[in-house]
Design a protein around this ligand. Sequence first.
Ligand code: ARG
Length: 599
Amino acid sequence: MNTPRQELEARVAQAVQKLFSPAPLPPFVRPCPDARHGDFQTNVALVHAKEAKANPRELAVKLSETVELEDIAEKPEIAGPGFLNFRLKPEYLAKQVVARWDDARLGVPLVANPETIVIDYSSPNIAKEMHVGHLRSTVLGDALARLHLFLGHTVIADNHIGDWGTGFGMILFGYKRDGDPEKLRLDPFGHLEGIYQRVREEAKNDPAVNDAAKRELVLLQQGDAENRKLWEQFLKYSLEALEVIYQRLGVQFDYTLGESFYNDALPGVVANLLERFIARESEGAVAIFSDGQLAPKDDPFLVSEKEGFRDNPLLIRKSDGGYNYATTDLATIRYRREHFHAKRVVYVVDGRQQMHFKQLFEAAKRWGYGDMELEHVWFGTILGADKKPIKTREGGDVKLKALIAEAEERAGKIIAEKRPEMSEHDRAVLGRVIGLGALKYADLAQNRNLDYVFSWEKLLAFDGNTAPYLQNAYVRTRSIFRKAGTETVEGIFAKVRAIQKLDPAGAAIFLSEPAELALSKKLLDFADSLHMAAQEYRPHYLCLYLFELATLFHKFWESCPVLTAEEAVRNSRLVLCDLTGRTLAQGLKLLGIDVIEQM
Ligand code: ARG
């Protein structure tokens, strides 16, 4: 099912082909910047005039006479130096609305070329409790996974947890000295994090502690039975604690292949890179250096300095024989290609790791994975009211668990004020859906590359670009059906469908009021918003779309009576309510946010 924009583009392309080939590259039909002048606009006449050195307005006139639009739009208007403005016909809108309403996918086509896409997200380091910084990766990654799956791709959600590496030497040393199995079982993150921080402090001043921790790490890496067993326990309890959070967030992974999973592959990776002269030894370590193929300013293995450029190598083996973060990531790329047949890998990781991924992707290309699409979908930091990375009052990291609990509690309080008669149980259920939705949405609605200031008041507001606002709009769309009675509505819908079947070109519904027309047009843009969000890995495009849809729905609700209108108008409006509700619910679902039927 084409969106109106795509349909117009196809028609204009036909006309362009007839008049002056070849056709320009899409997209060349865009929404009109000012809705008073039309719904869509094209500048192709201007583009061709430049190429053909012709008068753009004359070409625009020719184009407007040639383009076949009868069934979808009014005769185009010529504006400015040679733009063509299009206004969609209400009958076309009505037909398109019904077609989407009658489709389980709401008119969203599956992609023509589905790919296998690994999405690497959340990926916390397990010796530390999940904190607010992990919210973005988890929530963004989950939304991107849902979105790509819905569009028809094969998605592999892979949680690349940090369960290996230097930190575990300190933890093993500290745990053997003052660990407590009971505490480990009950609060694995808290206990391990406490131990880790203590040992790290001690190691700073006491080389003996530092050495002891290193020895523990070497023992672990050599497969020492005791250390291995302890580490397995750390992992087991940490994974269980993580799972509790993921369940609360409603996030699921297909795989949790942490860094340790790739450990045995690392020597082979380094040997291979050395053999092929992609890496070389340097001061006892092994690293990947610039191969001189890229312009120095684009070369991630160089950094610019006052006098020219200096090496910025990617380390893959330390001088003590240990391996690096990048070594594991290289092994992971190979695994994802060989075992998952991934065409694309999307890393949803903090912007502070941009250099790491630039180097990693370039190294992978040189290693022979240049045909894989590797994307670092990076994000900024969540800030406190003081515009600094958010912290607790005591100056510690804001724990994700506590943040979720607070969101639910605050939402519960707001509901208690709005609906004092509601039972405690119902309030708690609503509080969860609204609180969690608000927390996720606050993150998703931002341009991910920007830092944003966290504010409970803003994210829980019932008006504005927030989850509660959208959830509330959804509740409104549903309330009309309760009022009318489901049976009546089902009867009405059956009739609309029957009319549509008899005469697909005819009108089962009628649209005339400006608010109706505006809402209808927005409803037809759903697929475009999804493709845009997927293409740039930016769920905030979808958020913005849903916000605009909800706003237009509220306007429609205020100016267009539904149940009291005469039959054909009533039916149209019921279809609009139903399609709006389903579009809101589907859009929110793709963001990992639930709706409620009643508020
Ligand atoms: N564990 C890492 C961290 O917390 C993030 C891992 C991201 N994924 C990856 N393949 N490098 O910083």
